[in-house]
Ligand binder design. Structure first.
Ligand code: PGA
Ligand code: ZN
Length: 399
């Protein structure tokens, strides 16, 4: 048995240069587990509250630590519950979901060390307990963003004294390729070649995708299409396209969405509408299901990794996929409960990073542990994104 001896929260910087929280847990038998907390840029209205990182660390060190020191690290649910009790609000407004999540993830990592198991196996064991289902770990398929717009588009920047106009007009936040890592990397490089050939100015957005000076969303899709064809590839079961419209910031009609889906042979549509437009989601689902082709309507801001919202979505038939973001849920136990509910309703799960990331690879182990169908970790280029994909490659060897 390993008992928590020290819990320390401290501030680190994320991939956007913004402060976030890192938590270190030490046990009486000398184990050390460290995890950190991501955060979003296009955040939804139903996400749990992240408090200022300095305050989150203070809450960890002064309020949470004294309550969980002496606990067995294997008691994930007890520790998560304890934090919910101390917090006492419906959205972690007192402690901050960044405080609770950091402690929750580091507890699980310490638990895996104590159980002498790879993290993904340990998470799988926790997930079996939560869901009551004997599910085997499985590798997720990467959803890799290639071109970005919306809030991820990135403003024009000044480079070597020159103004490089690489902000873009695209409404859709993420234009992604769904497939294996190698294919994703090849397509990314081919897109860069095309942008250079066509003399289109570009920059890299928050997740390593191209923020290019394009006029229309269709231009981005045409470039991805050309890149795929240039490589002698084609869209099929192994290479698919996905969009995160991030509908809170990009207004589209049902017709707009269906036209894109049909004309560009798109598979997944994340947040096609605003988180307030439940009826539009439902209507889209009816229309796509009549079209006799695979589709995935994914709720991100719509569900905010919350059980109550997902249950409403299941009742109202609004989607068939869900984004799982641990920081939206605020504790690992709550995130596992959401995955469990999603699986029972036959929803496909997409474990996802945030645009503000750290080098933490927890989500790769989580995706495997719960056998999520997909993982979203940005373009396969920036270090903080690539580390998660590489961790999957490592797990592939271990499975
Ligand atoms: P965020 O965006 O991390 O900036 O919120 C990711 C997404 O919308 O999927
Ligand atoms: Zn999203």
């Amino acid at each position: 048995m390993s008992v928590i001896k020290e819990v320390e929260g401290r501030k680190i910087l994320d991939s956007r240069g913004k402060e976030t929280v890192e938590v270190r847990i030490k046990t009486d038998d000398g184990l050390v587990a460290i995890d950190s907390v991501p955060s979003g840029t296009s955040t939804g209205g139903h996400e749990d509250i992240l408090v200022e990182p300095g305050l989150a660390c203070k809450n960890i060190n002064e309020i949470i630590a004294p309550q969980i020191i002496g606990q067995d690290v294997l008691l994930q649910n007890v520790i998560d519950q304890k934090m919910l009790e101390i917090d006492g609000t419906p959205n972690k407004a007192r402690l901050g979901a960044n405080a609770t999540l950091g402690v929750s993830l580091a507890t699980a990592r310490a638990g895996a060390l104590s159980a002498k198991m790879p993290l993904f196996w340990y998470l799988n064991r926790l997930f079996r307990k939560v869901s009551g289902v004997e599910i085997e770990p499985a590798l997720p398929i990467p959803i890799m963003v290639m071109i970005c717009g919306g809030k991820h588009g990135g403003p024009p920047r000044v480079d070597e004294g020159k103004h490089v106009e690489a902000g873009n007009n695209l409404c859709i936040q993420e234009f992604s390729v769904i497939g294996d890592l190698q294919t994703g990397k090849n397509i990314w490089h081919e897109i860069e070649k095309i942008l250079k050939q066509r003399k289109i100015k570009y920059n890299l957005g928050l997740e390593g995708a191209f923020s290019a000076q394009l006029q229309y969303d269709e231009d981005a899709l045409e470039i991805i299409d050309t890149a795929i064809k240039n490589l002698g590839l084609m869209l099929n079961q192994n290479i698919r396209l996905g969009l995160d419209i991030a509908g809170n910031n990009c207004q589209m009609t049902n017709e707009n969405v269906i036209n894109l889906w049909r004309n560009y042979n798109i598979y997944s549509l994340e947040d096609p509408f605003s988180e307030r437009d439940w009826e539009k989601f439902g209507q889209l689902k009816i229309e796509l299901s009549q079209a006799n082709r695979d589709y995935l309507i994914i709720g991100d801001d719509l569900f905010a990794t919350h059980k109550t919202l997902l249950q409403k979505g299941i009742n109202d038939l609004v989607a068939n996929g869900i984004i799982i973001k641990v920081n939206q849920a605020g504790t690992l136990s709550e995130a596992l409960e959401v995955v469990s509910l999603a699986k029972k309703a036959n929803y496909k799960c997409v474990v996802s990073h945030r645009s503000g990331e750290t080098t933490d690879t927890f989500i790769a182990d989580l995706a495997v542990g719960v056998a999520a169908e997909f993982i979203k970790s940005g373009a396969p280029i920036p270090k903080e994104r690539l580390l998660k994909y590489n961790r999957l490659e490592e797990i592939k060897g271990e499975l």
